[in-house]
Every structure is written in C-alpha cells, then in structure tokens.
Write a protein that binds this ligand. Structure first.
Ligand code: GDP
Length: 365
C-alpha cells in the first residue's frame, strides 16, 4: 500500500498529529481513518467521482484508494549510527513513498525540547543530516560496485548508475538531500531500486499553537525561507488545538470551535490532500456491477503499466483498453450509453492514461 511516514524530532507533535488524523474520522465523514497498528493508520482518499460512479452503477462493492500513515517515532541525532534504535526507524522510512516532516513551531515551557529551545530550522537540519548520512552510506556502497562493473567490459547501465551515484555523493557531502539532483528518464530507470531516504518527496508541517493557526508566526516564516528552494509545500497546522477539538462531543461544537479559530476545515484535511498530492499519483476507475473501484498510478503511465496496478498479468498480457472519460460517463449515465454515443475509445499500448479515466482492460492470460 501507499505509505506516508511522519518524521520529526521527539516532542514536536508527531503522535498528536497522528491522533488528529484518526480523529478526523469523527470530524468529517469524508476522511475515514482506522488505526491498524499503534503507529499505522489507513486513510481513505476522498473522491467525489467515485461517489458519482457508485450512484450510477450501483455495484455490490465500492473500493476507494487508501493511504497508510505511519508515525515514525524515535528519530534522534545519531540515528544513522544506530543511536536510539535509529536503524529500525530509518528502515521504516525506507518503506514509505513520501515523508511528512513535522517541525515544532510552538512555544511551551512545559514540553521539553530535546535540544533546549525552539528552533525548527536546526531541528530540520538534524533530521535531514541523519537521513543524508544514511544515504551517503548506501550511495558509497553502491558506487563501489557500480564503478567496478562500469570498468569491466561495456556496461553502459553501470556507467550511468555510477555517474548518478557520484552526483548524489557530491550533494550529500555538501549536506544537501539527494532529491536536489535532477535525473533524466534513463537515469531514473537505473536508480529505481536505490530507495534513498532523501529522494522521497517531502512536505513540511509547522506545528503551531492556537494563536498562530491562521497567521503563522516567526518560526513558520523561518521555515518557509529555509525551504524555499526545495519546491516543497509548507503547511501550518495546530496539532495540539485540533486534538482538543477532537475531544468535543458533537460535530456542531467542533465546527464552532474551528470557526472561532478562523478555520473552515480541520488542518488534517489539508494535510491529507497535500500528502496525496505529494505521491504524484493520478486516479483511474474501474466500474463494473460487482465492484466500482479507484486505482492510483504514477502520472504519465501508459495503459499497460496502469493495468499492472491491478495485476501484473494485466500488464504482461495487455491487448487493449476501452476508455471512457469520467465526465462522459457521469453525463450519459452508463457504459452502454457511452458506447452508443461514441464516447468509448479503444486504446493501445502507447495510450497515456489520464486522471479520471474509466478503464476496461482486455488481456491475454
Ligand atoms: P512526538 O514526540 O513528536 O510524537 O510529540 P507528541 O505528539 O507526543 O507531543 C509532545 C507534547 O507536545 C505532548 O504533550 C503534546 O500534547 C504537546 N503538543 C503537541 N502539539 C502541540 C501544540 O501545537 N501546542 C502545544 N502547546 N503543545 C503541543
């Protein structure tokens, strides 16, 4: 399953945020969330199109896309050297598709900061450095192998990999994250199985106190300034106050409290949308009477690759796809009506799937 990991130093509000996510369920029916392990929650990606298709097709089952949120506690200075069970946490991060990096931007004398005072930039650098050191280890090990392979005989792929690894090594040594290195398509192919920690897409969450949820504060400004070249989103969320809201009994009470704060929706709603965007995925649908379902695929995927999301056999045996645009289906009401109106297209292997396509794959087994 798709996974987003929540990282950050101790006491910055990670588990408070995680709990807010599980409480989002109570606040808004659009975000069903269930906790499958103490630190892993599954959240349904809300999609109005799926609701519409369900109305029209009336299937036996509906299956929305889901995303797992993992609270990765325990990252501390020295984690890359195994400090504080560091290696375990780092391997948890390796399994995620994207990272939510929580930064403490609230002052509270009662809540200790591991490094004494509030400084989200320093905190960010502490975490980044651990991830970068771990990546440097990975890169150096792989570089040795790749360089050896590149030398013996003609091995253009090893050569290409070694070349990228050199560039990674360079930036990591400068204390930057590997994601700043831009890769060509061919380079992306040879680095696919590296799974570096600092190439994962990241989103920053500034955890602020009540007074700053709509305005931000000086810490938030500092964070925005510090990450301005990273092309990453910075969200301002008051995890503490949202946790308080979640304690309220009724929906009306919660809504009133949010409005008092100047918020239209809980910050976690923003967070979930942003996290999904971070994964750089699009959605297609299958709409049968047995099941209406949404599937996520990497932007730009061609039909066989998108079919592979359902089953590898669909990719291997791909013959063609019948495609209906969501808008046409919604307007005309059924597959038959779309076919009748000439709104069902038959597409081949080279078709680039578009967000909202309703797909029916034909394949050989
Ligand atoms: P974690 O170690 O990063 O998971 O941090 P926690 O979520 O356990 O939070 C540490 C402490 O900070 C807890 O006592 C929380 O109640 C508190 N806390 C979290 N968010 C906020 C906030 O926005 N404002 C204030 N004042 N306290 C918060």
């Amino acid at each position: 399953a798709l996974q987003c990991g929540i990282v950050g130093l101790p006491n910055v509000g990670k588990s408070t945020l995680f709990n807010c996510l599980s409480n989002a369920k109570a606040q808004s029916a659009n975000f069903p969330f269930c906790t499958i392990e103490p630190n892993v929650g599954v959240i349904t990606i809300p999609d109005d199109r799926l609701i519409r298709l369900t109305e029209l097709v009336k299937p036996e089952r509906v299956q929305p896309s889901v995303m797992e949120i993992v609270d990765i506690a325990g990252l501390v200075k020295g984690a890359s050297k195994g400090e504080g069970l560091g290696n375990k946490f780092l391997s948890n991060i390796r399994e995620t598709n994207a990272i939510i990096h929580v930064l403490r931007c609230f002052e509270d004398g009662n809540i200790v900061h591991v490094d004494g005072c509030i400084d989200p930039i320093r905190d960010k650098e502490t975490i980044d450095m651990e991830l970068q050191l771990k990546d440097l280890e990975t890169v150096e090990a792989r570089l040795q192998k790749a360089a050896k392979l590149a030398k013996v005989g003609k091995n253009p792929e090893a050569k290409r990999l070694a070349d990228v690894l050199e560039r990674y090594k360079d930036v990591l040594m400068q204390g930057k994250s590997a994601r700043v290195v831009e890769l060509s398509e061919a380079e992306e192919l040879v680095t696919k199985d590296l799974h570096l920690l600092t190439t994962k897409p990241v989103l920053y969450v500034c955890n602020v106190d009540e007074a700053s949820v709509t305005t931000g504060n000086a810490h938030v400004e500092a964070v925005k300034e510090a990450v301005k070249d990273e092309n990453a989103e910075v969200l301002v969320v008051g995890a503490g106050i949202e946790a308080d809201i979640a304690e309220l009994e009724t929906y009306e009470e919660k809504q009133m409290f949010l409005e008092d704060l100047g918020l239209k929706e809980p910050g976690v709603n923003k967070l979930i949308k942003a996290a999904f965007n971070l994964l750089n995925l699009e959605t297609y649908f299958t709409a049968g009477v047995k099941e209406v379902r949404s599937w996520t695929y990497p932007k730009g995927a061609k039909a066989p690759q998108a079919a592979g999301v359902i089953h590898t056999d669909f990719e291997k045996g791909f013959i063609r796809a019948e495609v209906i645009k969501f808008e046409d289906f919604s307007r005309l009401g059924s597959e038959a009506a779309c076919k009748e109106a000439g709104k069902m297209n038959v597409e081949g292997k080279e078709y680039v799937v578009q967000d909202g396509d309703i797909m029916h794959f034909r394949f050989n087994v």
